[in-house]
Design a protein around this ligand. Structure first.
Ligand code: ZN
Length: 86
């Protein structure tokens, strides 16, 4: 009996450690990482956006005001600044 309880405990630990993010279905290489944000009232908004971990892919999915947005451009800070183009 003691052994059985021990194994049950091990399985529970394994489940916790094996929390994995869904694979990106676009590039099938990266994982989709959940990103959280803070609302205007300072309240945390969990999993507001999901972004592919593969920088060459950039697939992202986010919700704003109840609408879902797919593949919005990511502002990395290193690309050309749209505001500087004339
Ligand atoms: Zn991807």
């Amino acid at each position: 009996m003691v052994v059985q309880v021990y194994y049950t405990f091990l399985e529970e630990v394994e489940i916790v450690e094996n929390v994995s993010f869904p694979k990106c279905l676009k590039c099938k290489v990266g994982d989709l990482l959940p990103l959280s944000d803070f609302g205007s009232q300072g309240a945390a908004i969990y999993y507001k956006a999901w972004v592919c971990s593969n920088p060459d892919c950039g697939f992202n999915l986010k919700i704003r005001n109840g609408d879902v947005y797919l593949n919005e451009p990511i502002f990395s800070g290193t690309g050309p600044n749209p505001r500087s183009q004339r």
